[in-house]
Design a protein around this ligand. Structure first.
Ligand SMILES: [Fe+2]
Ligand SMILES: [Fe+2]
Length: 203
C-alpha cells in the first residue's frame, strides 16, 4: 500500500514537471549568445594585440576591456543555460584580424547588431518564456554592448582624426555584469548590478 502511495506521488511530480513548458527559444538564444560573446571575447583579444603592434595603445586598452566584458557575458549566459538543465556544445570561435581601423569598424558592426537586433529579440523571448536568469543575463549584456558601441565609435573617430591620445587610457570592468567604464569616470557602484567599484577589474 505504501509503495503504491509513493509511486503515485512520484508520478504526480513527473507529470507536473512535464507540464512546465521548456523555454525552447531562450535555450537556443542562450546558446547563440554564448557563441557570440565567446567569439567576441577572443576576437577583441586578437584586435588588442594588433592595435598594440600598430602603436595604438589606447585602442588596445579598449579592446582588452571589451574582451574581458564579453567573457563575463558568456559565463553568465552559460550559468543561465545550465540552470535550465542544458549544456553548451563545443564550437570554435572564427574571426578575421585586419588593420586596427578595420577591426574597430568590425567591432562597431558586431555591437550594433547585438544592440539593435540580437539582444532585443532574446529579451522578448526570455520575458515571454519567463526565463528570469536569462532575462537578467541578456539585460546586462545588452546594456554593456550599448556602451561598447559608443566607445568603439569614439575610438574610430579619434583614430581617423589622429587624436588617439584623447581617448581613455584605462578602463574598468564590473566582474559581475561586464559593465565597462572609462577609469576616469566610474560610478561608486555599478550602474547595472550595484557591485561596489572596489571590485571592478583592470582588463
Ligand atoms: Fe561588447
Ligand atoms: Fe555590474
Amino acid at each position: 500500500m505504501k509503495n503504491i502511495f509513493f509511486i503515485a506521488l512520484i508520478s504526480l511530480f513527473a507529470f507536473t514537471g512535464c507540464n512546465q513548458p521548456k523555454p525552447v527559444k531562450t535555450i537556443e538564444d542562450l546558446k547563440a549568445g554564448i557563441k557570440g560573446e565567446t567569439t567576441a571575447s577572443a576576437k577583441y583579444a586578437a584586435f588588442a594585440q594588433k592595435a598594440r603592434e600598430e602603436g595604438n595603445a589606447n585602442v588596445a586598452k579598449l579592446f582588452d576591456a571589451a574582451s574581458k566584458a564579453e567573457s563575463i557575458h558568456a559565463a553568465n549566459h552559460k550559468k543561465a543555460l545550465e540552470a535550465l538543465g542544458e549544456k553548451m556544445e563545443d564550437f570554435k570561435p572564427e574571426f578575421e584580424v585586419k588593420t586596427t581601423a578595420e577591426n574597430l569598424q568590425a567591432a562597431i558592426d558586431g555591437e550594433t547588431y547585438e544592440v539593435t537586433t540580437m539582444y532585443p529579440q532574446f529579451l522578448t523571448d526570455a520575458k515571454a518564456e519567463k526565463a528570469d536568469k536569462a532575462t537578467k543575463s541578456f539585460t546586462w549584456a545588452y546594456d554593456t554592448e550599448k556602451k561598447h558601441e559608443k566607445f568603439y565609435t569614439a575610438a574610430l573617430a579619434s583614430l581617423n582624426a589622429n587624436t588617439e591620445n584623447t581617448l581613455p587610457t584605462q578602463y574598468l570592468v564590473c566582474p559581475v555584469c561586464g559593465n565597462t567604464y572609462d577609469k576616469a569616470m566610474v560610478d561608486e557602484k555599478c550602474s547595472f548590478c550595484q557591485t561596489d567599484k572596489a571590485k571592478f577589474i583592470e582588463a
